[in-house]
Design a protein around this ligand. Sequence first.
Ligand SMILES: Cc1ncc(COP(=O)(O)O)c(C=O)c1O
Length: 485
Amino acid sequence: MIDQPWRRSPEQFAAHVEQSLEWVVAHMRAAGSRSPWSPLQPGELAARLPNGPPDGPVPLEDVLADLQEVIEPGLVRWDAPGWFAWFPSNAHPDAILGDLLASVTAQQGMLWASSPACTELEGRMLEWLRLAMGLPERFAEGGPGGGVIQDTASSGVLACMVAARDRATDGAATQRGAAACGELAVYASEQSHSSVLKAAGICGIGRDHVRLVPTRDDFSMDPRAAAEMMSKDAAAGRRPVFCCATVGTTGCGAVDPVSDLGRICGDHQCWLHVDAAWAGTAALAPELRGPVVAGAEDADSWSFNPHKWMGAAFDCCCLWVADRRPLIDAMSIEPEYLRNSATDSGGVIDYRDWHIQLGRRFRAIKLWLLLRCTGVSAIAEMVRFHVSLAARLEAAVEAHSHLALTAPRSLSLCCVHHMDGDQATQRVIDRVNADGRFAVTHCRLQDRLSMRVAIGTLAVDQDTVDALIEVLEEGDPGPEAASIA
Ligand SMILES: Cc1ncc(COP(=O)(O)O)c(C=O)c1O
């Protein structure tokens, strides 16, 4: 028995894990047993929590009882079979084990010296994924570039924009601040993720200097418009510094023409970043890979989120750069307390120089568990299954006289609208969400409201998709039905 009340023996910890596992298993089993959305109103959960912390210890069984009573109703079941909202955020059990090991080993991987395991496993996991996804040699481990895990795609785009800004201004933006960014411009399509605008605001280029390039009929970036905008800026003395191409846009999964953008960016020495946050996982299936990785050989950086479709449990974003120097030039600061002989040797990677924050979690271990215990071919199989379910939904929508696809199906994402207009589409969305089995969200495409059905949760099956199709086939419930509901 240890008499220091803050400590737990390994045996006590094991007993607590066993106790908690009962809740975990019951929670996992209950994934489809209630509406995926939380029934709570704003403030309801906080009102059930004490205003301050307890002074002494509370038995774990009491905490677990509160977990079920107070916290569970506030959980949104992203793991429900009928979860079709936003994009999936899968936590595969093998990755959950990896997350547990990351906490148990308590690594802090800011430097090679602070955790050789975190650093070297990460480099190798990014290389495994690069090979499994067919990404080009220019991102390879051991070359001038390499891979790094960021917390999110938003952080990845910010890190790359900072590096591009630093490269274009020869370090002046990093040294002298926003004043040195006055002549820079960023490009992304009208359908690109809001993280591009956010990053431009944060890094001093400014949201006003982000050019939202018009899209073509399929909602992908129009490369001719991008070229014209860059040339116009360059002629006016404003330097095209960063272009974000999206492979799988958030709204409808459109794929920007990365190869064309590579050529155009090359003319302006503009950094080309590829954001494949959701769709990147599909590159694990060889027959789906082509459009996902097309043009990657011309990109300065390429990223995707294994925490979305692949199952790596939030958070985990893989980012590859063709040349790590600009990132390191922009990010590296060496206070005395971090100096060590491994860094001084120049022969190791210190990942703190590859992103915004200093400290970093041991995220590579969940990729290691997932890639070894589940394996690439099973993940590819899952992707194929989800794509086939989306094709089934697509066929049902096409056969229905009142529904239509607002954009071409992209992998496992369908965007659907009602022919009678936005109000009818909204009623269909509301009815699907009120059904209790499903969760869907919306997007706006060419000013038309559309219901997004993003198929990709680990638990989804054909019966659930068929049940959704049945609800959709009932059509518009009409304004009166909606008001009664
Ligand atoms: C295309 C795209 N990029 C970036 C993001 C942002 O992802 P994160 O939450 O990892 O920053 C999303 C989120 O859905 C996305 O769809």
